[in-house]
Design a protein around this ligand. Sequence first.
Ligand code: C2E
Ligand code: CA
Ligand code: CA
Length: 728
Amino acid sequence: MNPANSPIEKLILILAWGLSSLIAVVVPAAFFFVSHQSLKSSLISQTELTVSAVNGIILSNPKMWRFEEVRLSELLERRAMDEVQQVVQITGLSGELIATNSIHLSPPVTEYAREIHDAGAVIGRVTVARSLRPLLQRTAIITAGSIICSALMFFFFRALPLRVVKKAFQTLRESEKKYRSLYEAMNEGMALHHIVLDDRGSIATITVVDINPSFKSMFHERLGIVGSNSFELFGETFREYVSEHLLILGMGETISFELELPGTGNFYNVQAFSPDQGLIATLLEDVTESRKSEQQIQKMAYFDTLTGLPNRALFLDRINQALALADRDEAGLAVLFIDLDRFKNINDTLGHSVGDLLLIEVAQRLGQHLRISDTLARLGGDEFVVVITKLGEQMNVTSIAQKLIDSIQTPFDIKGNELHVSASIGIALYPEDGVTAENLIKHADMAMYSSKESGRNAYSFFSPAMNQKAIMRMEKETGLRHALERGEFFIELQPIICAVTGTVAAAEALVRWQHPVHGRIPPNDFIFLAEETGLILPLGEWVLRTVCSTMKTWSDAGLPLIRFCVNVSSRQIEQQNFPEVVRSVLLETGANAAQLEIELTESCLVTNFDGSIPDIFGMRDWGVTIAIDDFGTGYSSLGYIKTLPIDHIKIDKSFVDEISTNFQDQAIVEAIIAMSQKLGIRNIAEGVETREQLEFLQKQGCGEIQGYYFHRPLSLEAFETLLREQVE
Ligand code: C2E
Ligand code: CA
Ligand code: CA
């Protein structure tokens, strides 16, 4: 900074100028004032003396004093002083001159007059006058002297402090230069950040305002670093540390942490401190080399060198972490032990290099079917383990195990050899099959052997019960795939009765599966599986077609034109062309659309609200009606009820069960019926088993009743008979 232009210099200039001007003006003015005052008092005393002398003359000669020329002149001569020239005049009443010392005064002149009294009457006046010129001359000399003095003072006042300030600035510049060169030459990267805080005291903006050459080279001389957002430049770790330790930094403390500088691939030890308010300085020391060698060591200690997967040590660590989390979240966990079948053959016949490449590819394929939260590790040889966390239903493990088996079924191409590989998997579940990592691995290993024994390329659970379930599920799943073509499904119709007339108003179609081994399987045991495998789409269409053709046959036979209600799963709704499927089935069978009712659940409605639901409701234009199944069990929000043109609400069986005894259920059912009546929606109560339940519902004005009290689901023949009876 140049002090000559600085505000300091301006201030010094103003002060020096003010001070010297004050001296130049005040000294002569004060001199003039004081001298003038003394002149004036001297004039007054001279006048007084003269007046008293004249009074003496008047006293001795009251009548003729005016003519005592000699005495008056003498008196006036005495008043005339040698060193000071003054004029003394005595004048009469009308101003006529009586006596004067007749001296000439150079202008300007100052005077003082006083009246002469005789016996109380004014008889004349004495005037004493002096020239001001000598006083003015002295004042002029003093003014000149003061001006010279003040000029000297001005120079003195200005030059001296300015020299001191300049000296200080020079020292500052020199030390700045010294530090700047240090800053520029140092190996550590240095960056200065400017921060602005928001109302809550957290960082609103943080910008790089200065960097040294070392820092610039860390970014490979990239341009535009200064002025950029520090958080974006330094990455997430920096953001976390600085934001969290803002208070500590403000107190003058230094914080240090390590980070990987985004885009550079290098690791730095960062020291951050606040050199001034609103500023943060960061000193970066490159620790890439040591970090990389540490990582290398870590990698060797925790990772399998062939596949890059975690090794046994790391797997044990991960599994222990997962066990702690599972405990906290009260969630399940599964350990899968995977062993390739007949891997030894490949090694022996094609050599170890082919075997190694195969293991690498197997590891890759297995990894593709796992979530980030799951860990796949290689224990050695052809043995892999997986820990699967956040286990919901056991169904999950079996499908993952199946996916892993399927994933390696496609032949591998290793160095031109087409290799067919399969794997056997053993599954141990936490907490059922073990509570420690070692135990779970051991039990999964044992289960894996039973897979091998049962013919390889399969999975087995450690616990016999789970194994039984898994076998059942596998059988069911494969069975389900063929059930449709083998004609193992059939439909039962459950009558829905009009609460007022007691006649059959509708029928709900309920699908059943006649399994060749396990016998009759209820829908709750296979609909979920059918939805998971996608089989629900052809199955749902089959139900719809069967219902529609039955409907057509019976209406042609003159039976009452009741509604036929078909359950539709959300998988079917999510299928883009569901209304199209319904339309073509109606056309093919020639059934009356107005006799068809589609039952949707609340959750299906809400999750597809913005998707396919408008199209589904579009079917109402053809006469198809829509019912909400299991009403009250799905969503708490009832918003959809007023927006969608719903025809029927089916009050869930769980509310009906204790309706005769439970006050709360009574209140809920009353409210549902009252609400639907107000909205013009008809209601059906499900699962009515007793007369009490029926009576309560009738009293509330419930429209239709479905339940064992009237009928269980009936075979088509039985239902037809029931309808015929109604006609007769
Ligand atoms: P849902 O739609 O709530 O069907 C009513 C269920 O309650 C039926 O069981 C029926 O037999 C049973 N039920 C009726 N009255 C009574 C009663 O008084 N007491 C008792 N304890 N139960 C009664 P089901 O046939 O086992 O069906 C179970 C579920 O399977 C159905 O529940 C429905 O969600 C689903 N489902 C059935 N058929 C199909 C279908 O064709 N497609 C789809 N997607 N789902 C179906
Ligand atoms: Ca239903
Ligand atoms: Ca229901």
